[in-house]
Design a protein around this ligand. Structure first.
Ligand SMILES: [Zn+2]
Length: 253
């Protein structure tokens, strides 16, 4: 490997204005080749997807929207979201991408998927004034463990494309929740009750807030966040996620 690596770095670095930087990047690419998180094949851009996966996502017509709690019967109490949008139907491809955003240390992929999701959300939100984007917060312990909040990355991508302000400090998760994978819809609702607190009521008063999460399943987490926002004076709360897995089939919230 040594000789091949040295000649590769020398050749490429000689073209570059910043030889050390280029050599470092090449070394990293050589040791850890950029791959597409959707299909596992080498991809040109380390942060994004390969062309084939990008086309698959762009051409997938299955975007879903539920209004006024329809199809969220797991939430037995009041439903605080006026609409919930899943940008894609859940598929193995989406599952692999979401796994990579959450567990493979690829926060930039979250921003990139947010940008892609924004193009689909734009059509849904065309006639609605949306004032503020708020990502579902992680508890501080979980965020420290992971190094970043994946929903915040997705929200950043969406906000930049839709030119809507985004704030990750408005809403706080005041206690950690247990992993919800094995919980029923009702148990999830108990698990997520009262875990969110609004820290800046002025920022949400009278506003239409769009909550962003990576996935939405029963809606319990998103509904709990919406409850806190409505209690703080938000005029209306919508929710959006990359996809909605079927409860029990996939190990997601
Ligand atoms: Zn791919």
């Amino acid at each position: 490997m040594g000789q091949r690596l040295v000649s590769l770095i020398t050749r490429e670095a000689s073209y570059a204005g910043k030889p050390l930087l280029y050599a470092g990047t090449l070394l990293l690419n050589y040791l850890y080749p950029p791959y597409c998180p959707g299909c596992g094949l080498p991809a040109a851009a380390a942060a994004g997807l390969c062309r084939r996966c990008r086309l698959l996502l762009a051409s997938d017509p299955d975007m879903r929207r539920w209004s006024e709690g329809s199809d969220f019967s797991y939430c037995a109490g009041k439903f605080y979201l006026s609409q919930v949008i899943a940008c894609w139907d859940y598929s193995p491809l989406l599952g692999r991408i979401i796994q990579a955003i959450k567990y493979s240390g690829r926060p930039r992929l979250g921003v990139w998927m947010g940008e892609l999701a924004a193009d689909r959300l734009r059509a849904c939100l065309l006639r609605e004034r949306c004032d503020l984007i708020v990502p579902v917060p992680l508890h501080a312990l979980r965020r420290r463990e992971r190094g970043y909040n994946q929903s915040r990355m997705i929200a950043r991508g969406i906000a930049s494309r839709l030119t809507i302000p985004v704030s990750s400090s408005v809403l706080k998760r005041v206690r950690p929740t247990v992993t919800q994978t094995s919980l029923s819809g009702e148990e999830r609702q108990v698990n997520t009750a009262g875990v969110f607190q609004v820290r800046n009521r002025d920022a949400v008063r009278g506003s239409h807030v769009l909550i962003i999460d990576d996935v939405v399943t029963t809606g319990a987490t998103m509904n709990s966040a919406a409850e806190a926002l409505v209690a703080a004076g938000a005029g209306r709360v919508s929710g959006a996620a990359l996809a909605r897995p079927v409860l029990g089939l996939h190990a997601f919230r």
